[in-house]
Design a protein around this ligand. Structure first.
Ligand SMILES: [Zn+2]
Length: 125
C-alpha cells in the first residue's frame, strides 16, 4: 500500500507547496480565494501557484513540553521565509537540533505513522 499524503490540499507528492498569487502580485500560502491580505481582491483574482518549498530559516524553537501529553517531545518549530515571499511556521525534520537563522531550508516528505507522508523542513542539501 502506498503512503498517503496527510495534507494533500497543502502540498504535492513532489513536496511543492500549493500556494496562490493575487493579480496585485502578492504571493500567499496556503491557496485560498477569500481575499488578498494586501489589496482585498478575491475569487478569480486569486490563482493557484506552486511554491518551490525552499526558503531561509528566520527562527526556530525546540519544544520540550507540550500541553497535550500524547504529543511526543522534543520537536522543533521553525519560521521560514519561502523563496516566493510567504512566511510559514512549520515543523522541522530535526526534532532537537539547533539550526542557525539564515540557514537555507527545503521541504521534504517524510513517513509519519504507518502509512502517512507529511511535510517537514530540513537544511538544504
Ligand atoms: Zn492582492
Amino acid at each position: 500500500m502506498e503512503n498517503q499524503l496527510l495534507k494533500p490540499t497543502l502540498y504535492t507528492p513532489a513536496g511543492a507547496l500549493l500556494g496562490g498569487r493575487c493579480t496585485c502580485g502578492h504571493v500567499f500560502f496556503p491557496m485560498q480565494t477569500h481575499g488578498c491580505e494586501v489589496c482585498g481582491r478575491y475569487g478569480a483574482d486569486l490563482q493557484p501557484m506552486t511554491l518551490s518549498g525552499r526558503g531561509k530559516l528566520l527562527s526556530a524553537t525546540i519544544v520540550h513540553l507540550h500541553a497535550d501529553k500524547a504529543r511526543a517531545t522534543p520537536f522543533t518549530i521553525g519560521k521560514i521565509a519561502l523563496a516566493e515571499g510567504p512566511v510559514v511556521r512549520t515543523l522541522l525534520l530535526d526534532r532537537d537540533r539547533e539550526i542557525a537563522p539564515g540557514t537555507p531550508m527545503a521541504a521534504r516528505l517524510v513517513p509519519i505513522g504507518e502509512t502517512g507522508l507529511d511535510l517537514r523542513f530540513a537544511p538544504e542539501g
